[in-house]
Design a protein around this ligand. Structure first.
Ligand code: ZN
Length: 329
C-alpha cells in the first residue's frame, strides 16, 4: 500500500511527502497516536517511497521489485521490531544497532520500524538513545508509539514527531460500507481493530469481567497492560453512553450500545461519572509506569459497585457483525 491508499491521515502524509520532496529525510521519526489507526502501514509506505525504483509524486509505485519486497516483509534493508511478551528488550535494540551499522544492500535507505516503542524497558531505552545520538548514514528509524509518556524525554527530543488521528466515522464508513453504528462506536476511530480483534468475543469478555467486579471477585483476570487498556476502553464507552442517557440527549429506553446486565444507579450525578471517566483516562496514560493490577482491580470493585447496579434489559437488539474486512487488508 502506498500513501495514496491510506485513509484519513492527510496531515501526517503531507509532512512525510514534504521530507521526500525536499530530500531532507529525518534519521529518527516518532509516529504518535492510538493503536489501529494506520501508523505501521504509513511507516511501510514511507519505507517504500524511500526505496521505490519508480517513484511518482513523492509516493511509491507499489509495483516494482523493491515495493513488493517491502510489502512481503522480505526487503533486506527494511527491518521491523515488534515487542515480545509485551516488551522491547536491550537485545532487540542491539539487533537494531547491528542492522543500522551495515550499508544498504539493495535500497537507497535502510528503514528500521520499531512497533509499540512505548514497550521499551529502561535498559533498552538507554541503549537506544546512544544509537539515535550517533545516527548511521542513510538510515531512518521510525518508532510507532501509543503513549508518549512511557518514553524518556531525552529520547523523545531527538525525534521528528508525526501525529496520527483516529479516523472519523465517515472515513470508516467509506472503507467499510454497511458497518453497523454500534460497532463503529466501539472501535472509536480505530478500524484496524476489525482485523486484529474478535469484537463480539471482546464484548462478552468485557461483560463477564464487569460481572466479576460487581460480584466483588478477588482476582483480576487481565493478562497484560494491553488487555487492561482495552477493557478500560469498553468501560469508557459504557460511561459515555450512560452520561448521554442521563443528560437526556437520547431517550432512556433506547437500545444499549453494549449488551450489559448493568446500568448506572438512579442517584448518580453527571459529575461523578465525569470524574471517573477522567480518572480512567489518566490510568490509561500512565499504564506503562508499573501499574499495580490488584490495586486497580480493588479500586474498580469499590467505585463501580458504588455507581452501578444490576439491570435486566429486555428486547436487546443483537449486533449485526456482517462487515467486510477486505478494504482494511
Ligand atoms: Zn516501487
Amino acid at each position: 500500500m502506498g500513501f495514496d491508499r491510506i485513509v484519513s491521515q492527510e496531515k501526517a502524509i503531507k509532512l512525510l511527502k514534504g521530507t521526500l520532496s525536499t530530500k531532507k529525510i529525518p534519521h529518527a521519526l516518532l509516529f504518535l497516536g492510538d493503536a489501529h489507526i494506520g501508523k505501521t502501514t504509513t511507516a511501510l509506505a514511507y519505507a517504500k517511497a524511500l526505496n521505490c525504483l519508480e517513484p511518482k509524486d513523492h509516493d511509491s509505485c507499489d509495483r516494482c521489485s523493491s515495493c513488493k519486497k517491502i510489502e512481503q516483509g522480505v526487503h533486506p534493508d527494511v527491518k521491523i521490531i515488534t515487542p515480545e511478551k509485551d516488551l522491547i528488550t536491550i537485545n532487540m535494540i542491539r539487533e537494531v544497532e547491528e542492522f543500522a551499522s551495515l550499508t544498504p544492500l539493495e535500497g537507497k535507505y535502510k528503514v528500521i520500524i520499531i512497533k509499540k516503542s512505548h514497550k521499551m524497558n529502561n535498559a533498552a531505552a538507554n541503549a537506544f538513545l546512544k544509537t539515535v545520538e550517533e545516527p548511521p548514514l542513510n538510515t531512518t528509524i521510525i518508532l510507532t508509539c501509543e503513549n508518549i509518556y512511557a518514553l524518556p524525554e531525552p529520547l523523545i527530543s531527538r525525534f521528528f514527531k508525526v501525529y496520527f488521528n483516529p479516523l472519523s466515522v465517515d472515513a470508516i464508513k467509506k472503507i467499510m460500507p454497511g458497518i453497523e453504528e454500534n460497532l463503529l462506536r466501539i472501535v472509536m476511530g480505530k478500524p484496524g481493530l476489525f482485523i486484529s480483534r474478535d469484537l463480539m468475543k471482546d464484548i462478552q469478555w468485557f461483560a463477564n469481567t464487569l460481572k466479576n467486579i460487581m460480584e466483588k471477585s478477588k482476582k483480576s483476570p487481565w493478562k497484560d497492560n494491553e488487555e487492561i487498556k482495552w477493557w478500560l476502553d469498553f468501560l469508557c464507552i459504557f460511561l459515555r453512553d450512560s452520561l448521554v442517557k442521563i443528560t437526556g440527549k437520547v431517550s432512556s429506553d433506547c437500545c444499549p450500545i453494549l449488551p450489559l446486565d448493568f446500568k448506572l444507579k438512579e442517584n448518580i450525578s453527571e459529575l461523578e461519572i465525569f470524574n471517573l471517566y477522567e480518572e480512567l483516562q489518566s490510568i490509561k496514560r500512565n499504564i506503562e509506569l508499573n501499574l499495580n493490577k490488584s490495586i486497580l482491580w480493588n479500586y474498580l470493585v469499590s467505585c463501580l459497585n458504588r455507581l452501578i447496579e444490576s439491570s435486566n434489559i429486555e428486547n436487546r437488539k443483537p449486533f449485526n457483525t456482517q462487515y467486510s474486512k477486505e478494504n482494511l487488508e
